[in-house]
Design a protein around this ligand. Structure first.
Ligand code: GDP
Ligand code: MG
Length: 169
């Protein structure tokens, strides 16, 4: 039995907003400023007699010169090791070198867990068609178990992520 889901991604893609939305509570601080989440934040979702533990991780960085960044990377990496499912959060409009680095970190041990790509901030995207080429490209980079366009802010498709998480138990 596992029941643990890690929310990972580069800074500012909306990981903490997603955790809060999944739990229906403000357990993690969200901010326009990157690096607001500095520690692992856990939240437990209980439904009936089953529980899912969600772990909000600090954003992973390429820049490891500062000690705080190294610490944050380590916290995020060790979160990934223990879980049965990873929700990899990206911004629907931009793919950066930091996203690429996070994706590469997810490759190690990927056979032992599910990896869901959550393409966030779709409320921001007026031209939904523009999303498709982007998603196809991402799907070629990694064998995601599922790809879900979401809005952590407005809640679009967050229920879908919750049911995937509950199925992964
Ligand atoms: P984190 O660093 O990945 O934890 O990102 P946060 O959850 O702190 O969010 C970073 C910024 O993105 C904040 O200003 C959020 O309000 C904003 N944000 C998060 N999710 C969404 C979303 O679905 N749509 C929009 N438009 N903004 C979002
Ligand atoms: Mg955060």
């Amino acid at each position: 039995y596992c029941g643990m889901v890690a929310i990972v991604g580069r800074p500012n893609v909306g990981k903490s907003t997603l955790l809060n939305r999944l739990l229906g509570q403000k357990v993690s601080i969200t901010s326009r400023k990157p690096q607001t989440t500095r520690h692992r934040i856990m939240g437990i979702h209980t439904e009936g007699d089953s529980q899912v533990v969600f772990i909000d991780t600090p954003g992973l960085h390429m820049e490891e010169k500062r000690a705080i960044n190294r610490l944050m990377n380590r916290a995020a990496a060790s979160s990934i090791a223990d879980v049965c499912m990873v929700i990899f959060v990206v911004d629907g409009l931009s793919w950066t070198a930091d996203d690429e680095m996070v994706l590469n970190k997810l490759r190690r041990g990927a056979d032992e867990r599910k990896t869901i790509l959550a393409v966030n901030k779709v409320d921001h995207i007026k031209d939904k068609e523009a999303l498709f080429p982007h998603l196809q490209e991402l799907a070629q980079k990694f064998p995601f178990d599922d790809i879900v366009p979401i809005s952590a802010k407005s809640g679009t498709n967050v229920g879908k992520l919750m049911s995937l998480a509950r199925q992964s138990l």
